[in-house]
Design a protein around this ligand. Structure first.
Ligand SMILES: *Cc1c(COP(=O)(O)O)cnc(C)c1O
Length: 376
């Protein structure tokens, strides 16, 4: 009443801040007369690698392609098994399937991450699993120390799906430093969003970065020389220019604001009907999403209660990937165990707005509305 709605993402507020930098970027690209894979892309890649604390970054068309490119560059062959999580954007699994892999699903832990204890048990039993795609869900990085131990113990090729976690680190180590590759999405809602679709790969391995460049561009290793059957997953100069000039320089401040909002929610939310989904100890989360688990009551009723007060919310994710129709009818997969934690997450999770353009007054309004919920 009398309030503006509180949105999950507020692109109009963002535009008032970034408009002039975006228009400058468009002007520069237009005046250059070069639109695909040029100096804007390479200069964005350089900045992204520096800011991400990795040696190489390669732009591509989206986060889905980035995962497929990474798996193919790591030598995945048709039928190879890939350990992954049932609780993620469908794209995580779709990329594995498109690369020819067979997803092996295991349960998640209290943070919503692929459970590394279960993963270890599965890897011990199934020595034919050599690939893994964990997801830094909600912007919370997985425990990289434990991931590294698993990598070394089982000689794993790991692609960290960091679509939600650009800028995150664990114990001071950046994402992408344990996996041979990490993948990013610049879908507009992500912490670093483009004005459309875009993505990137991160790696410390120079040979792999060259493979990524070849695969994103029809498998060309030199002009008109096709060493592999690649894809068209090039990054536009326009998107690279906008990301470099308007978005990347603001990323640290945006992450800082997300962390402030998360801290305010954590201090303010008092309801015994729910728990906050926290990052693992030692993680420097970038809080892409602020997730609750409604443990007493119905998550959908809390969403409706918020909606009545003009507050948007989201569910990440309502259906487990292996239960999706497309999987049942057309995909080879392996499901390990009952995935009970993942099923509970899917039934209980609700995400509150945490975009960086929220005011403290709005965050407090969300907190008050959540605390006032009486279960109906
Ligand atoms: C958004 C997302 C993707 C896919 O990225 P697109 O750029 O939309 O293709 C993959 N994995 C996760 C975890 C995501 O959140």
């Amino acid at each position: 009443m009398g309030f503006e709605p509180v949105l999950m993402n507020d692109f109009k507020r963002q535009w008032t801040e970034i408009a002039s930098d975006c228009l400058d970027a468009v002007n520069n690209v237009g005046a250059s007369g070069w639109y695909v894979l040029g100096s804007q892309v390479s200069s964005f890649e350089t900045d992204l690698a520096v800011q991400s604390n990795v040696k190489f970054s390669v732009g591509c068309a989206n986060g889905l392609d980035a995962i497929e490119i990474a798996l193919r560059a790591l030598g995945l062959q048709a039928g190879d098994k890939v350990l992954t999580t049932p609780l993620s954007a469908f794209a995580t699994t779709l990329a594995i399937l498109r690369a020819g892999g067979v997803p092996v699903f295991c349960d998640v832990d209290a943070h919503g991450h692929l459970d590394l204890d279960e993963a270890e048990a599965i890897l011990g039993q199934h020595k034919d699993i050599r690939y893994m795609v964990p997801v830094h869900l909600f912007g919370h990085p997985l425990d990289l120390t434990r991931l590294e131990k698993l990598r070394d113990l089982y000689d794993l090729k790991i692609v960290e799906d960091a679509a939600q976690a650009v800028g995150a680190s664990f114990g001071g180590r950046p994402i992408g430093s344990v996996g041979q590759a990490a993948t990013l999405s610049f879908y507009p809602t992500k912490n670093l969003g483009a004005l459309g679709d875009a993505g990137a790969l991160l790696t410390n391995d120079e040979h792999l970065s060259a493979q990524f460049r070849t695969l994103r561009d029809y498998g060309q290793s030199a002009k008109y020389v096709h060493s592999q059957l690649g894809m068209n997953s090039r990054l536009d100069e326009l998107h690279a220019a906008i990301l470099k000039r308007a978005m990347l320089p603001r990323l640290s401040a945006w992450i800082e604001r997300r962390r402030e909002i998360a801290a305010r929610y954590i201090a303010g939310i008092q309801s015994t009907a729910m728990t906050v989904i926290l990052p693992p100890a030692g993680a420097q989360s970038v809080w892409h999403l602020f997730g609750l688990r409604v443990v007493d009551g119905n998550r959908d009723l809390l969403a409706a209660h918020l909606h009545k007060s003009g507050i948007q919310s989201g569910v990440h994710y309502p259906h487990l990937i292996p239960h999706q129709e497309a999987m049942k009818t057309s995909a080879k997969m392996q499901v390990e165990g009952r995935m009970q934690n993942a099923a509970d997450f899917a039934a209980q999770e609700l995400s509150l707005p945490i975009h960086p353009y929220l005011s403290d007054v709005e965050v407090d309004r969300v907190i008050e509305t959540v605390n006032n919920w009486r279960g109906q």
